[in-house]
Design a protein around this ligand. Structure first.
Ligand SMILES: NC(=O)c1ccc[n+]([C@@H]2O[C@H](COP(=O)([O-])OP(=O)(O)OC[C@H]3O[C@@H](n4cnc5c(N)ncnc54)[C@H](OP(=O)(O)O)[C@@H]3O)[C@@H](O)[C@H]2O)c1
Length: 326
């Protein structure tokens, strides 16, 4: 039987790398990689080529006509473009419309959150989703909650610092808000199921392995490590003030609006307000927003539980995301 032809944008990145692994593991996909012209010679892409993965050069900043020729013939086009570049996908949407791509997976892969001023990242994605609907491109939006790998606090001993990106052990409000979590290594395994499934066409799907509060995560880590986790309580009003300040700081950087540190602060505080105050990233809210639940669609799927990730990290086998970048 011929393999399902997938074109993946972003394989050198965190999300794309995991999506690629999950697709290849499934063994029913013929995956090609869509690479921007300036990255054609990147060593990571050369390494993909050596592994036999076809590299297709395409310019999202170029013409729609050209791009549509490059992406034509693929059954599914998946984008895992970085957070700052969401709107660059508009050309890709137009190209998918022209190429009559049977299914486009825009870059979702974030928490469950409504559009409309809660998270700038979500609103950037919404611009892309609206273009998909305008162009009548068949699609599936996949959101994954927050990654396990960036959801645990530090220990005072420093034992797990090697695996964490989280700078401070802040606990927001009462620490009780539940939030959906997916191990980043499961993203591709879920994607492999979702893109072969006719039930998910023109739908939003969310994935998760656990729904845990900050207090529950801290209790788990304390139990497993035998250490006390030292935390700082941040009230709701303090978090909102931090978020408002981060937004102002970002807006003030007129000369370079993508300045990554300011952008990161805005993004982090917006995520925190959404997850911990608004309680957006939950099963109930996903259902309210019209998502299908991947765990209900695939009851046999055994996701990597958050506890398993903690065990690996405590055993020195964790993997910090964005090595060499942040
Ligand atoms: N749920 C969570 O907890 C969580 C955490 C982090 C991120 N995310 C989400 O995941 C998504 C992806 O973020 P990430 O951090 O995984 O991305 P990333 O590591 O920064 O990787 C971005 C990828 O996009 C590629 N790319 C950028 N511009 C391109 C273009 N014009 N044409 C072709 N390829 C291009 C890059 O390729 P090059 O090699 O050419 O640079 C790279 O492979 C974002 O939407 C983000 O919001 C979610």
């Amino acid at each position: 039987m011929s393999k399902h032809k997938v074109l993946l944008l972003g394989a050198t990145g965190e999300t794309g790398g995991d999506v690629l692994t999950g697709l290849l593991e499934d063994n029913t996909f013929a995956v090609s990689l869509l690479v921007q012209p300036s990255s054609a010679d990147k060593s990571a892409n050369q390494a993909f080529k050596e592994r036999g993965l076809p590299i297709i050069i395409g310019d999202l900043n170029g013409s729609v006509d050209e791009l549509s020729k490059v992406i034509s013939g693929f059954q599914t086009v998946i984008s895992t473009i970085g957070a700052a570049d969401q709107k660059t996908q508009l050309t890709l949407v137009e190209a998918c419309a022209l190429a009559k791509t049977p299914r486009f997976i825009p870059c979702g892969f974030t928490t469950v959150c409504p559009p409309g001023g809660v998270m700038s990242l979500r609103d950037d994605k919404e611009v892309v989703y609206q273009r998909i609907l305008r162009e009548k491109v068949p699609y599936t939006i996949i959101d994954v909650g927050y990654w396990h790998q960036i959801s645990f606090p530090k220990l005072a001993s420093g034992k797990i610092d090697y695996a964490t990106l989280v700078p401070r052990n802040d606990v927001f409000h009462d620490g009780e808000a539940k939030t959906l979590l997916t191990d980043k290594r499961d993203m591709g395994r879920f994607v492999a199921r979702i893109i072969k499934d006719s039930r998910t066409l023109n739908q939003k799907v969310f994935t998760y392995s656990d729904s845990l509060s900050q207090n529950e995560i801290i209790a788990l880590l304390e139990e497993k490590s035998g250490e006390k986790v030292e935390t700082t309580r941040v009230s709701a009003s303090e978090l909102l003030a931090r978020r408002d300040q981060a937004r102002k700081d970002y807006e003030a950087v007129n000369e370079d609006p993508t300045f990554w540190m300011k952008r990161m602060m805005r993004s982090q505080t917006e995520y925190q307000v959404s997850k911990y105050l608004r309680k957006d990233n939950t099963v109930d809210n996903a259902k309210y927003l019209g998502y299908l639940n991947a765990r209900e669609l695939y009851p046999d799927f055994q996701p990597i539980k958050f506890e398993q990730l903690l065990d690996e990290v405590l055993a020195g086998k964790g993997q910090r995301p964005y090595v060499g970048r942040f």
